[in-house]
Design a protein around this ligand. Structure first.
Ligand code: GRF
Length: 196
């Protein structure tokens, strides 16, 4: 799992994995920065961690290759990005394309990028949500695995809206990653289906 921040999505997955029937476990947690709560959550759960900072490498490509190598060391079946604030590069996609998901706090294809909740609020939509998708070379453009919706309330600000989204997002992430692990999945013409 790759993270950059608070790690509440990670925490939800770690909790789900304590039930053997869930069918998955977090083999490692990687980050692009030190000192974040997400890494502390992983350490408290006894999960191995690693950090690959962009600034620790001469080029973005070298960082991408190092991140890919760190992930490979733990031999994951699926890589889950949750609040990971960097775009994967070509080495990473070569290694994990088709088996790497990311969660985005908006209903794709609306409001891609870093400011999904703020842009949804500014646009005046009445419904927004979160999208779990397979990572490709674009920004929040990959095949959609699951989506969940929440209402936008009249008195919302970005923080209250994002918090409502995150509650739904965590439930979606846990339910969907569990199904991906237990049932497998296929991708045909952007259509993601569970089962093999
Ligand atoms: C999530 O809403 C994610 O979609 C967004 O940042 C948030 C990360 O939350 N990109 P957390 O670090 O899992 O608490």
């Amino acid at each position: 799992m790759l993270v950059s921040g608070a790690g509440t999505n990670l925490q939800a997955l770690l909790h789900a994995c304590t039930d053997p029937a869930y069918g998955a476990r977090v083999v490692a947690v990687g980050a692009d920065r030190d000192g974040i709560e997400a890494l502390a959550r992983a350490e408290r759960a006894g999960v191995p961690t690693f950090v690959q900072r962009v600034t620790g490498h001469r080029t973005r490509q070298e960082w991408d290759a190092a991140l890919t190598a760190s992930c490979r060391q733990h031999d994951p079946d699926l890589v889950v990005l949750a609040g990971f604030m960097k775009l994967a590069g070509s080495a990473f996609l070569d290694a994990f394309g088709g088996r790497c998901v990311n969660t985005h706090p908006a209903l794709s294809p609306s409001f891609p990028g870093m400011a999904g909740p703020a842009e949804a609020l500014a646009y005046g939509v009445k419904v927004t949500g979160a999208t779990l998708f397979l990572v490709d070379e674009g920004v929040d453009t990959g095949p959609i695995v699951a989506q969940t919706t929440v209402p936008v309330e009249d008195d919302d600000d970005v923080a209250t809206l994002h918090e409502r989204i995150k509650v739904a997002e965590r439930a979606m992430l846990v339910a969907t990653v569990g199904r991906m692990a237990r049932e497998g999945f296929t991708i045909t013409d952007r259509k993601v289906r569970f089962g093999t």
